[in-house]
Design a protein around this ligand. Structure first.
Ligand code: AHG
Ligand code: MN
Ligand code: MN
Length: 330
């Protein structure tokens, strides 16, 4: 009986079309998939296990660190630190870069990730996920934070895993966007969404409207203009889950700049950039409202960026709204 195409088989087949491909991404993505399955197992029993609740600590962003944030962070590090494929890792939950320890071989890439995106949803059984991105390392013997402060257009690979009743891993290496759904009976991610393309126009918009008093009036005008157009409002509070639904159905996700937070809330390096690489490969767009996300040069590992991402027509309309003169509030 044909079980379908496993992630490994698909990666090997893809590798054949990539000149000079060495199989490194195959090994990296396989290890990431294993880490994701381990995290997913904890998520599935989080309600019963110790991996729920708060650690009592706050991270560099001043946000409460959930036990699962910590667990997922170190699960990913332990899954990849011995592979000889990476020189260093960085994550939302670590202030500094984590160089691969001397007793492990180093490799030519660096991995940056958000171990649990949507942490506030862990204890209410709403979908959460892991977002990751891979860059080349300039000097694997001396990895630097500068290896992570690359423009998003320099990414070699980006992806995410969503922990839901049907876990899915989605990735791109620049040759389209492909989704793999976990078959729990065999513990394998099987190809379920080959060459995903986002619908040109959104049918859904995702934004936390409670924040609207803090927005530029033109943003408020744009969002108000979406109402009564037949679109649906959907907001899960896990970027990766909102993103994935919009990718499949056509949608626009917005976390705009705010009066007191001109760079918005979401992080450029391990939230906006990986999803921007994916959405452009799927025919969509990702912007700060003024600039293509993949062209923004990060100044620091944890910097934030306003994000509007999804169907290309809607992102273009948002950017046009922000170009209107301030006094002519849209
Ligand atoms: P994280 O859990 O990694 O900190 O990310 C949470 C982010 C993102 O997942 C989500 O879209 C956004 O925070 C929700 O923010 P609000 O609760 O302010 O809407
Ligand atoms: Mn996040
Ligand atoms: Mn997170």
């Amino acid at each position: 009986m044909d079980i379908g195409t496993t992630l490994t088989r698909f990666l090997i087949e893809q590798q054949r079309h990539l000149p000079g491909a060495t199989g490194t991404f195959t090994a990296l993505l396989e290890e990431i998939a294993i880490a994701a399955k381990i995290v997913g197992r904890e998520v599935n029993k989080a309600g019963l296990a110790k991996t729920m609740g708060l650690t009592g600590r706050t991270n560099i962003h001043g946000e409460a660190v959930q036990a699962l944030d910590d667990f997922a962070n170190w699960t990913i590090i332990r899954a990849l630190d011995h592979t000889g494929l990476l020189a260093a890792m960085a994550s939302e939950e670590m202030e500094e870069v984590f160089p691969i320890p001397e007793h492990h071989p180093r490799g030519p890439y660096v991995l940056v990730f958000d171990p649990v995106d949507g942490s506030s949803n862990i204890d209410v059984n709403v979908s959460i996920g892991t977002i990751f991105s891979i860059y080349r390392c300039a000097d694997p013997e001396h990895p630097q934070v500068s290896d992570f402060l690359r423009r998003g257009r320099e990414q070699l690979c980006a992806g995410y895993v969503i922990d839901s009743y049907s876990p899915i891993l989605v990735y791109t290496t620049g040759s389209g966007v492909h989704g793999f759904t976990l078959d729990p009976t065999i513990g394998e991610f099987l190809l379920s969404h080959e060459d995903l393309q986002i619908p040109t126009q959104a049918t859904i918009y995702s934004v936390n409207e409670a924040r609207s008093p803090t927005w530029d009036p033109r943003v408020r005008g744009y969002v108000d203009g979406l109402k009564g157009t037949g679109r649906s409002a959907r907001y899960i509070g896990s970027l990766v889950a909102d993103f994935h639904r919009n990718l499949l159905k056509g949608g626009i996700f917005l976390y705009p700049a705010e009066v007191r937070a001109p760079n918005g809330k979401l992080r450029l390096v391990y939230e906006a950039n990986p999803l921007a690489f994916i959405i452009e490969q799927a025919g969509g767009s990702a912007s700060t409202g003024h600039t293509r996300i993949l062209d923004v040069r990060p100044e620091s590992l944890h910097e934030r960026v306003p994000l509007v991402i999804g169907s290309p027509q809607d992102v273009a309309e948002f950017e046009a709204a922000l170009r209107a003169p301030q006094e002519q509030q849209v």
